[in-house]
Write a protein that binds this ligand. Structure first.
Ligand SMILES: CC(C)(COP(=O)(O)OP(=O)(O)OC[C@H]1O[C@@H](n2cnc3c(N)ncnc32)[C@H](O)[C@@H]1OP(=O)(O)O)[C@@H](O)C(=O)NCCC(=O)NCCS
Length: 148
């Protein structure tokens, strides 16, 4: 049996488990202001949640289709004690699988520059010049996905 359980949920079903993780990782952990953390894309997006087998949620991420086959990956967050155990990889694999299922072809994310090497492992490449979002340096990264 797997160590983790993955679920993909609409915001109304995901909110109760996703909010405390994002609050701890981004608002408390990285100083992201509340008004930037919670935005209109939560309601329209799909949310990945990873649960410890038999336990609570430990990680989340958001998939945000924006039309024309363009889809954003946002808000990847693994609770600190669970990092370095393949949970981030599980989030990315689930986001990629869901993108394929939804026939999304142009995948985009705003990577914190410190996390670029993580996203490169999943085929994303940086483009343009770095910019600041919530006081943190980011770079746009992109990859294409062939329709199934
Ligand atoms: C970035 C984050 C999601 C990675 O999650 P994780 O569970 O630690 O990642 P995994 O254990 O699945 O690692 C998968 C691979 O990526 C590598 N990796 C993980 N974090 C990395 C980083 N910051 N930079 C480079 N490589 C990284 C791992 O070494 C591993 O490599 P391997 O498969 O070759 O052994 C997690 O550190 C996190 O939540 N950070 C805080 C929030 C954040 O900054 N989110 C990103 C916003 S852009």
């Amino acid at each position: 049996m797997s160590e983790f359980l993955v679920r993909v949920l609409a915001w109304d079903a995901a909110r109760e488990a996703a909010r405390p993780i994002r609050h701890r990782v981004f608002v408390e952990g990285q100083g992201v202001p509340q008004e930037l953390e919670w935005d209109e894309y939560d309601q329209a997006g799909l949310h990945v949640l990873v649960f410890e087998a038999g336990g609570g949620a430990i990680a989340t991420a958001r998939l945000s289709p924006r039309g024309g086959g363009t889809c954003y990956f946002n808000r990847l967050a693994v609770l600190k004690p669970w990092r370095g155990r393949g949970v981030g990889r599980l989030l990315m694999q689930t986001l990629l699988d869901q993108s394929q299922r939804l026939a999304q072809t142009d995948l985009v994310l705003h990577a914190q520059t410190g996390a670029m090497a993580f996203y490169e492992k999943f085929g994303f490449a940086g483009e343009g010049t770095p910019f600041f979002e919530a006081g943190i340096e980011h770079l746009t990264m992109r990859r294409s996905l062939r329709p199934a």
